[in-house]
Design a protein around this ligand. Structure first.
Ligand code: ATP
Ligand code: MG
Length: 447
């Protein structure tokens, strides 16, 4: 098909250098797809019939990184890094993950055939022609995700493709074509053989997609294969007027309602995972889930550890899940205490979690609560702007001052904390003289 698409100067240069040296070269994969749907892309991959050795030679004036020479990929450092991969077929997949060997070939058509989806099996020659051997352009126009060739065979080779399909649905808002979806569901168990790191990377992208709500609803069976902890939430009725949706749908809507940051999206994804375990229905037919946050936090910890998420991320997400019901009142002193105890960042994140939780209830009452949370947020912003004393290090006295007054060991920290509490409550101004006087009084008490 004749069509000009925009590619970066570096990608164009890479193609020029290769073709001037007698090789064929194309921009392939996601960049072509994204250009056709007018989505911004930063990642231009080039495919060529030159072998990695040839590529290294023709780019000898540039820095070249051997990023995956065995699989045919080298990265050339032009004004941006460009990955150049030799046309290849993939050998037999022995472990449902990576081909045991790759073979370099000279045919673009064969190279495109090994690619996962028709929309990703397009090549652009840099001069106005798109090579579309598998119907990728019409599938892009119809917003369809379809494997190149028999879906069962393709998912059988590499189960990660099942999750990539779901991820592209979430990011691009495309639908998985029926046969492709049936095969994905049939073979979803093969995902157990894929490395947890790769699964987690896809899960994060799924949760950060613009179309995450529809994706998590439509492809829940695949989601439960990688996060079975959420399966009990599916269609779990809450029996509460405040909630319009079952537990899973509420979770999904809350993921879509929260700001698009991975920590927040993960926190929403797990925040009510403990509800089914804690459910009971009272004599009036009303559902309760007392202390479900604790169970949710334990489930979150297990799931994220299993998925080999980074520890720092696990800590923050688990904290948010454990505290998503933390009582907050629009009271300056109470809020200052919370900021002092948990820190500005965690409280700011928690407010966003609470807002999303509320918005995803789908009832009018939720709107009122959501307004109250916004008022709390305003008070917090005002506290932070006013630069008030919130931590021991903000105090106008330090440990050295107390040591001079004769405090020793543990009593130093304890006294600073006590002074801080008094300052936060407004019982004491944050002034050096007054704090020292108060500390002296405390010292007398200890004697
Ligand atoms: P994005 O970069 O936006 O995530 P992409 O389509 O560029 O999307 P990459 O993971 O960068 O995805 O892969 C580049 C190309 O390599 C894909 O477009 C596809 O043609 C091919 N590809 C990647 N992973 C697989 C796979 N598991 N099986 C088959 N082909 C794949
Ligand atoms: Mg890419």
């Amino acid at each position: 098909m004749i069509k000009n698409i925009e590619i970066s100067d570096s990608a164009a240069l890479a193609i020029d250098v290769l073709t001037q040296n007698g090789y064929s070269a194309y921009v392939v994969g996601g960049a072509v797809r994204d250009a056709l749907i007018k989505r911004k892309t930063n990642d231009f991959d080039v495919a060529t019939d030159a072998t990695p050795k040839d590529v290294i030679r023709v780019f000898s004036n540039f820095q070249v990184l051997l990023t995956g020479e065995k699989h045919g990929t080298v990265t050339v450092m032009l004004s941006e890094p460009i990955e150049i991969t030799t046309f290849r077929t993939e050998g037999i997949y022995e472990d449902l993950r990576r081909p045991s060997n790759v073979e370099f070939i000279s045919s673009l058509g064969e190279d495109l055939k090994r690619r996962d989806f028709t929309m990703n099996a397009l090549a652009y020659d840099g001069k106005g022609e798109i090579i579309d051997l598998y119907g990728g352009i019409s599938d892009i126009n119809a917003k369809i995700i379809k494997t190149v060739g028999d879906p069962e065979k393709r998912f059988g080779e590499d189960a990660l493709r099942i999750l990539r399909a779901v991820r592209f649905a979430s990011v691009l808002g495309f639908k998985i074509e029926e046969n492709t979806l049936n095969a994905a569901i049939k073979l979803k168990n093969n995902l157990q053989a894929v490395s947890k790191e790769r699964i987690f990377a896809e899960l994060e992208k799924i949760l950060q997609g613009e179309y995450v709500i529809d994706t998590l609803m439509n492809y829940s069976e695949i989601i439960f294969e990688i996060v079975p902890e959420l399966r009990p939430c599916y269609k779990f009725e809450q029996h509460i007027n405040r909630h319009k949706y079952d537990v899973y749908e509420h979770i999904v809507r809350s993921v879509g309602a929260v700001d698009n940051e991975k920590e927040l999206r993960l926190a929403m994804f797990f925040h009510d995972s403990g509800k089914p375990q804690k459910f009971f229905i009272d004599e009036n037919g009303i559902g309760h889930f007392y202390n479900h946050s604790e169970v949710s936090a334990a489930i979150t910890l297990d799931a994220l550890k299993r998925l080999k998420a980074p520890n720092k991320l696990i800590n923050e997400v688990v904290w948010l899940v454990a505290n998503h019901h933390l009582y907050m009142k629009n009271d300056r002193i109470e809020l200052k205490r919370l900021l002092s105890e948990h820190g500005e960042e965690r409280i700011a994140a928690l407010i966003r979690v609470k807002c999303a939780d509320c918005m995803a209830k789908g009832t009018e009452d939720a709107e009122q609560t959501s307004d109250e949370i916004k008022r709390i947020k305003n008070t917090i912003d005002e506290i932070l702007r006013s630069g008030e004393c919130l931590t021991v290090s903000d105090l106008a006295v330090g440990g050295d001052d107390l040591a001079e007054l004769g405090f020793k060991g543990e009593s130093i920290g304890k006294t600073l904390q006590a002074l801080l509490n008094d300052v936060i409550c407004g019982n004491l101004p944050n002034e050096r003289e007054r704090l020292i006087k108060s500390a002296k009084k405390r010292a007398e008490k200890y004697e």
